[in-house]
Write a protein that binds this ligand. Structure first.
Ligand code: AHR
Length: 506
């Protein structure tokens, strides 16, 4: 192991910044591989403990994260999903082919009622993604009415006939998905017209406030964001109230789409490339925010990163269309790095949804049909960062820091951190991205008296370490013991490739 790098992080605990919405810790469940079926939903006849077919150990694990919202039914699937096929007696529901994901047959047994029941069990707010690509305006409008209207109307009568008397609350509504690709291969201008039209007919029934999210760009496509912003801008005045947010997608794929690399078998350069790619989320969010600022300087329109995370080659022997991948300590550090960036962008970035919650891409949970449930290293980052939900961000300055690592003309900052304050507590998150050297970090805590502290650490001997049914505790949080009082605040020693949180009593 190399000698420790010295760092000093100044944290101004009495300088309140924007609120870190709990929705930055949001989730995503698509009809893809074993996310919905086998993951969330096993059916009422399953031997596994379930309520209405929903797996209760999965619910319990996600409740422990205070899961704030769940996006469904896609992704690409959203634009070929016809919601009317997923209501009524399950045996009568027509099937369809899931052409995006494995060409398998979808039986529609998990539909609107099952999704809303899942949200209720989780205590999560619903983010329903409507179908623009192959659905009609009427179909989307009817879905909103079916879900959210009370009293008496054609859709209300249909909902009641299917067993649900009261309307649900649905706060978040997506107007299609990736319209530039699987959502219809549209040009930005063509989609902009559709977004305005579909959003118009997503009505607010009986006080259900709808936050309509227009399908946004991928990565650096700033022109897409600009086209959407232009279409609702009033040249510096209030934006037109047609949709309230714009999405963007960003995946950490350090290789090519054809050769993304293995989730667990990789070398140190692969690790650096991954972290450099993950760190680039900051530049991408800055780009979209800057475009939005030009049209909406008061930041009324939200930016929603409703798909993010690592994307590796599927695990050997699994269906290539199911996107099932393991999740190592490296993935956890990708997540902790993203959260620091999200906290810095909290004024414009109002929601983020990791792709995806169970059994797909950078999952929190890996399940097997026999009842196994593994909490991934990424799960633990979400859990350790819970204290940031709806907390006030405070400025963090890396005054002294390790020399960035240079690779292939790019640089990686080896230390990343963020902090927030809520009531009489503060939470500091710090990640040491150096794979070979510990970091001696002074937290220079200003603006408050520290009455106590508790630290937690997530690391493992190897970056490739991961949890599995055979070894579910290979990467789990432990108390951070290497913390001492320093003249300036606290001094911590972080092992190589580690993530730590320090909770401060103020
Ligand atoms: O999350 C998997 C897929 O990635 C989603 O369906 C799509 O929106 C994106 O391309």
């Amino acid at each position: 192991m190399s000698s420790p790098a010295a760092a000093r992080i100044v944290i101004d605990l009495d300088l309140p910044g924007p609120t870190i919405s709990r929705h930055l810790y949001g989730h995503f469940a698509e009809h893809l591989g074993r996310c919905v079926y086998d993951g969330f939903y096993v059916g009422e006849s399953s031997d596994l403990p379930n309520e209405g077919g929903i797996r209760l150990d999965v619910v319990e694990a996600l409740r422990a994260l205070n899961i704030p919202n769940l996006r469904w039914p896609g992704g690409c699937f959203a634009d070929e999903y016809h919601w009317m096929n997923g209501i009524g007696p399950r045996s009568d529901r027509p099937g369809m082919v899931n052409t995006n994901w494995g060409n398998v047959e979808e039986n529609n047994h998990f539909g609107t009622h099952e999704f809303m029941a899942l949200c209720e069990l989780l205590g999560a707010e619903a983010y329903v993604n409507g179908n623009v690509g192959s659905g009609t305006v009427q179909e989307m409008s009817d879905w909103v009415e079916y879900l959210t209207r009370s009293g008496d109307s054609p859709m209300v009568r249909l909902r009641k006939a299917n067993g649900r008397e009261e309307p649900w609350k649905v706060p978040f509504w997506g107007i299609g998905n990736e319209a530039w690709g699987c959502g219809g291969n549209l040009s930005a201008d063509a989609y902009v017209e559709l977004a305005r039209r579909y959003a118009t007919f997503c009505r607010e029934h009986d006080g259900n406030k709808l936050y309509r999210i227009a399908a946004g760009a991928s990565d650096d496509d700033l022109a897409w964001t600009e086209a959407l912003m232009k279409s609702i801008s009033t040249l510096g005045g209030e934006p037109r109230n047609i949709f309230q947010a714009i999405s963007v997608h960003y995946y950490t794929v350090p290789g090519t789409w054809e050769h993304k690399g293995s989730a667990t078998e990789f070398g140190v350069d692969d690790y650096y490339r991954t972290m450099i790619k993950a760190q680039d989320i900051d530049r991408v969010l800055t780009g979209h925010s800057t475009v939005m600022d030009a049209y909406d300087p008061k930041r009324k329109i939200g930016l929603v990163l409703d798909e993010w995370g690592t994307w590796w080659d599927v695990e050997p022997g699994t269906n290539p269309g199911f996107l099932y991948q393991q999740n190592a300590l490296r993935d956890a550090l990708v997540a902790s790095l993203h959260f620091d960036v999200f906290h810095r962008h909290a004024e414009r970035l109002v929601m983020a949804n990791i792709a995806q919650t169970v059994n797909v891409l950078q999952a929190m949970l890996l399940t097997d049909a026999g009842g196994g449930l593994v909490l991934t290293p990424t799960y633990h980052v979400f859990e350790m960062n819970k204290g940031h939900h709806d907390a006030t961000s405070v400025p963090v300055h890396l005054v002294d820091r390790p020399t960035p690592y240079a690779l292939e003309g790019k640089e990686l900052e080896l230390l990343t951190a963020s902090a927030s304050v809520k009531d009489d507590r503060a939470l500091v998150s710090v990640t040491n991205l150096d794979p070979g050297a510990p970091a001696d970090v002074v937290l220079d805590l200003r603006g408050a008296t520290i009455r106590g502290h508790q630290g937690r650490l997530l690391t493992a001997p190897e970056l490739q370490a991961h949890n599995s049914a055979a070894d579910p505790q290979a990467v789990v949080p432990v108390p951070l013991t290497d913390v001492t009082i320093d003249d300036r605040g606290l001094r911590l020693t972080l092992p190589p490739h580690s993530f730590a949180t320090v909770e401060l009593d103020l």
